[in-house]
Design a protein around this ligand. Structure first.
Ligand SMILES: NC(=O)c1ccc[n+]([C@@H]2O[C@H](COP(=O)([O-])OP(=O)(O)OC[C@H]3O[C@@H](n4cnc5c(N)ncnc54)[C@H](OP(=O)(O)O)[C@@H]3O)[C@@H](O)[C@H]2O)c1
Length: 352
């Protein structure tokens, strides 16, 4: 028999990614679930899967957009009205947004992100923590991020919200230290979920190396269950990253993160690579031949020097021909690429 049968975990953001993996771990351990999110159909389906796979008794779905004013209060009231006691609260729901703060990003999306990542999480914590303290029993897991501890150009507001979550959680760790209630912050590095697509950041360099959400969720779950103050999944590499964040100057961290958040370079087309290779080889041969000719010319007799001058003129002519043919190739490639782009743009225009 599972030791946790009868306990209930409330999880926000369980419809996908890290939250879904966390929900699965609770279900495997026999927890009843309260799943909160906007996609109630998805959450209903997930609940059915958990019931049939893990034999859990109760899954309650609360349909709520947590970026709305007082959404957390409404969730709390619904839980109370159903007579459910929350033993574990997981504040996972969160979104990001990519772009230059001053000119690219949209304020309405930023406001909604601050509401979800900061206000809803804080209010959920306040309401459920009060009841946990009254029982002197309970656990809370808050989704922070490795970006909580570094300034992050191009995701400035998102990183600010996660810095808040981490700082807030660590303050509460201290406030709760003499109780049986624990609070844990989970600080994942970039993880393979839908997060970057939704944030318009799918083409950034940081997405070159993504962590497995199953591993991330397990690390968070283990830390939560053992009452640790934080978890940084991903081994020594990410832990040393934390150390770096504490000792390196903020300016240096900001430029490191600016680079990680920048767009991946466009892959060079086959034609461009061939042209640049031709240029490289041609230039190398010309330099070596030039050096050899100079040495030979200096040591030659006046008659041979005359011959060399004649040969050099012919070689110059043929080099100039070669160069102009390479230039032709370059110009043709560029013209071709321009024509193709123009045709594509015309087709898109026609479709619209
Ligand atoms: N992926 C990463 O690289 C990474 C790294 C560090 C930290 N994190 C944090 O991990 C958490 C989970 O992200 P993820 O990577 O698993 O991304 P995800 O797959 O996009 O999951 C985000 C979850 O949040 C829910 N959500 C979004 N907006 C909501 C709203 N207004 N109201 C209620 N629920 C909402 C989504 O549900 P619906 O859209 O169905 O409503 C979804 O279940 C986030 O807090 C994120 O900041 C992610």
């Amino acid at each position: 028999m599972n030791p946790e049968t009868g306990k209930t975990a409330l999880i926000t953001g369980a419809s996908s990614g890290i939250g879904q993996e966390l929900a699965k771990l609770f279900a495997q351990d026999g927890y009843n679930l309260v799943l909160v999110g906007r996609s109630d159909e998805k959450l209903d389906r997930l609940g059915d899967v958990f019931k049939s796979n893990y034999g859990i008794q109760h899954v309650t779905v609360i349909s709520k957009d947590l970026s709305e004013e007082d959404a957390a209060q409404d969730v709390y009231s619904q839980v109370k009205a159903k007579g459910i006691t929350i033993d574990v609260l997981v504040n996972d729901a969160g979104v990001g947004l990519y772009g230059l703060f001053a000119t690219d990003t949209d304020w309405e999306r930023e406001k909604s992100m601050i509401h979800l990542n900061v206000l809803a999480l804080t209010q959920m914590t306040k309401l459920f923590l009060y009841d946990m303290l009254a029982r002197n029993d309970g656990k809370i897991l808050n989704l922070a991020s490795l970006l909580s501890i570094t300034p992050t150009p191009l995701m400035a507001v998102y990183a600010g919200t996660k810095a808040y979550v981490y700082n807030f959680t660590q303050s509460l760790v201290n406030e709760l230290k003499d109780t049986n209630v624990t609070i844990t912050a989970l600080l994942p590095n970039a993880t393979d979920t839908d997060f970057f697509n939704k944030a318009n950041a799918e083409n950034t360099k940081i997405t070159d190396e993504l962590q497995d959400p199953v591993m991330v969720a397990q690390a968070g779950y283990d830390a939560l269950m053992s009452g640790k103050s934080k978890a940084i999944p991903g081994g020594l590499k990410n832990k040393s990253y934390e150390l770096l964040a504490y000792i390196a100057p903020q300016e240096a961290l900001a430029s490191l993160m600016r680079d990680k958040m920048s767009q991946k370079p466009e892959p060079a087309s086959e034609k461009e690579s061939t042209v640049s290779l031709a240029w490289g080889i041609g230039f190398g041969i010309a330099v070596i031949a030039g050096i050899a000719l100079t040495i030979g010319y200096k040591n030659a007799s006046p008659y041979d020097q005359l011959r060399y001058r004649h040969k050099a003129k012919s070689a110059g002519d043929s080099l100039s021909n070669t160069l102009s043919s390479v230039l032709d190739t370059v110009v043709n490639s560029v013209t071709e690429a321009y024509q193709t782009t123009k045709e594509k743009a015309k087709k898109i225009g026609e479709k619209e």
